[in-house]
Design a binder for this molecule. Structure first.
Ligand code: LLP
Length: 425
């Protein structure tokens, strides 16, 4: 019977000190993952840039890691822009995404000195140009394209189907050229195109296919319309291992294949691509984080043996929303035979609040610590205080030391927005 350790600290000690549910990040895993992307995603043919998608998990401590590694940052709202700014991110290395940026958000981006905006649709593209024209700021502008490459993933995370909500269809080449020409002679420099085909994708071939199509589009713009497209972003979406069935490629392999695919497409199209970017989110934060819950009651219903824990859909909506699967262990029984089948149920008042539908574990009892792996991406960032249950605390652990980076949401916090004030009509 072994006790699980993260960053050389026993999980039992972390739970004792910080309470449960607790999101624990192994700092070294985050650092190694970013470094691996920075090292492997490089080419002698063009510059490269790794842009961390902060929507996967964005807080000052995480942004610190991105900064330290020399990577860039993807944000999708005024809120994420603000977090980046107050976390001391170099705003020139920030890319502002999203499909419906308000004028207020665009102004904030300009005011904060955000270097790059990625427009999602023609109307937004024009609004960004008009807004920038009224300020002294210069901005690099990119346009999101839907390359229509089908990738195998959950329906909610597919972004490049024919009728997807994101980006301008790659079929509309002429309209795209006309649109880009409206950016000429303004404070805006059109830099190129962006695509993001979905999330939790394992096949490098889908990204390579998208890269080829996007480079084809750049070639068309350069040759037919004399529109330079020096930058190309291939987005994020690289999958991670949640369960034994998942088989994602290693970062090195993925980067090598993406780079090779990019180089080949650039050579054969003869385009003048200066820089290619990628935007990994999940694959940097995902398996660096895990959630520790305390086991409460057990209940047998029909042929199911429920094990209830002190968290659930409030701290991780992914199983309820996407049918996402996870693996788990009892943190104080590592290595014990896992011969009991449980349904891990959350504590929220919803039948759908099941964290793991089929979990094989050693015999569990009240008070045990259950560790759910790979919850580092899109769990905390999508968390809520549903049922009046505050968000969990987050700790970063490394070399036997732990630091609390997000404190637990207290019940008093649940009232801080409450107000009763007349609205003057
Ligand atoms: N770039 C853009 C433009 C994106 O929309 C996204 C994710 C990323 C990069 C990062 O993708 P990643 O490398 O993390 O897959 N909530 C869902 C995932 C939604 C992804 C949204 N966009 C989930 O929990 O599976």
């Amino acid at each position: 019977m072994g006790i699980m350790e993260i960053g050389k600290v026993p999980v039992t000690r972390l739970a004792e000190k910080c309470g449960t549910p607790l999101l624990i990040y192994d700092e070294e895993k985050i650092e190694n993952k970013i470094k691996s992307y920075m090292r492997n995603f490089s080419s002698p043919l063009f510059q490269t840039e790794v842009v961390y998608a902060s929507k996967a998990f964005g807080c000052p401590a995480m942004i610190e890691k991105v900064k330290d590694a020399g990577a860039s940052l993807d944000v999708v709202s005024g809120g994420e822009l603000y977090i980046a700014k107050v976390s001391g991110m170099n705003m020139e290395k920030v890319y502002f995404h999203g499909n419906n940026k308000t004028s207020e958000e665009i102004n904030t981006a300009l005011e904060f000195g955000c270097g790059n905006i990625v427009a999602d649709n023609p109307e937004e593209f024009r609004t960004i140009i008009e807004t920038a024209a009224c300020t002294k700021r210069k901005i690099n502008l990119m346009l999101r394209i839907n390359p229509k490459v089908a990738a195998h993933t959950h329906e909610y995370t597919v972004t490049a189907a024919e009728d997807s909500k994101f980006g301008v269809s790659i079929d509309h080449k002429e309209k795209i050229a006309v649109l880009i020409k409206t950016a000429a002679d303004k404070k805006v420099t059109f830099k190129g195109f962006h695509s993001h085909i979905g999330s939790q994708i394992f096949e490098a071939s889908a990204f390579i296919k998208a890269a080829g199509l996007m480079i084809g589009l750049c070639s068309y713009m350069e040759k037919e319309h004399d529109i330079p497209c020096p930058w190309l972003s291939l987005g994020g979406g690289f999958g991670i291992k949640y369960t034994a069935e998942d088989d994602p490629p290693e970062t090195e392999t993925l980067c090598r294949e993406l780079i090779r695919g990019g180089e080949e497409a650039i050579r054969s199209a003869g385009v003048k691509t200066e820089k290619i970017m990628i935007e990994p989110g999940r694959s940097i934060a995902g398996d660096a984080g895990c959630t520790v819950y305390k086991v409460g009651y057990e209940k047998i219903a029909g042929d199911k043996r429920y094990l209830f824990v002190d968290g659930g859909m409030g701290d991780n909506i992914r199983p309820a929303l996407y049918g996402a699967e996870y693996s788990c262990d009892l943190a104080e029984h590592m290595g014990d035979t896992k011969d009991k089948e449980y349904v891990i149920g959350g504590k929220y008042c919803e039948s759908g609040d099941i964290i793991i539908r089929k979990a094989m574990l050693p015999e569990a009892k009240k008070g045990d610590l259950l560790i759910v792996y790979s919850t580092g991406a899109y769990a905390y960032s999508m968390s809520s205080c549903y049922n009046g249950t505050g968000r969990p605390a987050v700790v970063f652990v490394k070399d036997g030391r732990a630091r609390l980076v997000m404190r637990r949401e207290k019940k008093e916090d649940l009232m801080y927005l409450a107000k009763d004030q007349e609205v003057k009509i």
